[in-house]
Design a protein around this ligand. Structure first.
Ligand code: PEP
Length: 252
C-alpha cells in the first residue's frame, strides 16, 4: 500500500514578501522523493504571490482557514472558491489555534471540510488533545470527538480526498515534541479508527504529525509506520531548514 507523504508548512501569522521570495526560490530547487508532496500555507495576503512563484511539480500552496459559507455578506471571510480561483489546492481546517482562540467547534470544522471538498480543495484536518486531556487519559476520546462529526458530515468514503494532521496541542510551538513512539501509537489508533469504518480508506489516508517537528527530529518521526508526513509551524519559516525537512522525507 502506498500513501502520499506530505510535508506541510503552516506559517501562521508570520512571514512577508521577502519570505515568499526566498522560500519559493529554495523550494523550486529541492529534490524530493517520488510520492512526496510539499504544501506551503502562508497568510491569505501572500497566497497569490506564492502560488505564482512556485514552479516545482511536487510543491503546492494551501490556506490556513476558510469560511464555511460559499459567498455573501461575511465581512473579513475568505471563501473556498476564492482559493481555487488562485489555484490553491489545500486548506488547513480545525487547527487548535482556530479551535481555542476563535471558538471553532468540531461541527463547524465538519461544515468547512464539506465546503472545501465541494470546491475541490484538499482539507488538512487537524485534531489533537491538550496536555490535561492526555494526562487524564482522554486522548482517544478527544480525537474521536473531533473526527466523528466530520465522518458524519462527509461520509467515510470522502476521506480519500482528506489529509488528517494529528497535532497534540501541548507540542505545538512549545519545543516539546511527542516521542516518535508516542506519536506512532496515537497515529495507529487514528488509522485503526478509520479502518473500523473502511479499511481501504484507512490504508490510503495520509496522517501527518504536527508539534515542534524540525530538521533535527523529523527523520525519526517520519520513520514511523503510520506517520506519513508533518505539519510544521516554527521550522517552516526557516529557509535553511524547511527544504531540508522536505528532502528528508523518503515517501512510503
Ligand atoms: C502548527 O502550528 O501546526 C505546528 C505544528 O507548529 P510548531 O511546528 O511550531 O509546533
Amino acid at each position: 500500500m502506498t500513501r502520499t507523504t506530505i510535508i506541510a508548512a503552516n506559517w501562521k501569522m508570520n512571514g512577508d514578501l521577502t519570505l515568499v521570495d526566498q522560500m519559493s526560490t529554495a523550494l523550486n530547487n529541492i529534490e524530493v522523493a517520488e510520492n512526496v508532496k510539499v504544501v506551503v500555507c502562508p497568510s491569505f495576503p501572500f497566497l497569490a504571490a506564492l502560488t505564482e512563484k512556485i514552479a516545482h511539480d511536487q510543491v503546492y500552496t494551501g490556506a490556513q482557514n476558510m469560511s464555511e459559507h460559499e459567498k455573501g455578506a461575511y465581512t473579513g471571510e475568505v471563501a473556498s472558491q476564492m482559493l481555487t480561483n488562485l489555484s490553491v489546492q489545500y486548506v488547513i481546517l480545525g487547527h487548535s489555534e482556530r479551535r481555542s482562540y476563535y471558538g471553532e467547534t468540531s461541527d463547524l470544522v465538519a461544515d468547512k471540510v464539506k465546503v472545501a471538498l465541494s470546491a475541490g480543495l484538499t482539507p488538512i484536518l487537524c485534531i489533537g488533545e491538550s496536555e490535561q486531556e492526555r494526562t487524564s487519559g482522554q486522548t482517544e476520546q478527544v480525537l474521536v470527538s473531533q473526527l466523528q462529526p466530520v465522518i458524519d458530515a462527509i461520509g467515510i468514503d470522502a476521506f480519500k480526498d482528506v489529509v488528517v494532521a494529528y497535532e497534540p496541542v501541548w507540542a505545538i510551538g512549545t519545543g516539546k515534541t511527542a516521542s516518535p513512539e508516542m506519536a506512532q501509537e496515537t497515529h495507529a489508533f487514528i488509522r485503526d479508527y478509520f479502518a473500523q469504518h473502511n479499511e481501504s480508506v484507512a490504508q490510503q489516508l495520509p496522517l501527518l504529525y504536527g508539534g515542534s517537528m524540525n530538521g533535527a527530529n523529523c527523520e525519526n518521526l517520519l520513520a514511523q509506520a503510520d506517520i506519513d508526513g508533518g505539519l510544521i509551524g516554527g521550522a517552516s519559516l526557516k529557509v535553511d531548514e524547511f527544504p531540508v525537512i522536505c528532502s528528508t522525507a523518503k515517501g512510503i
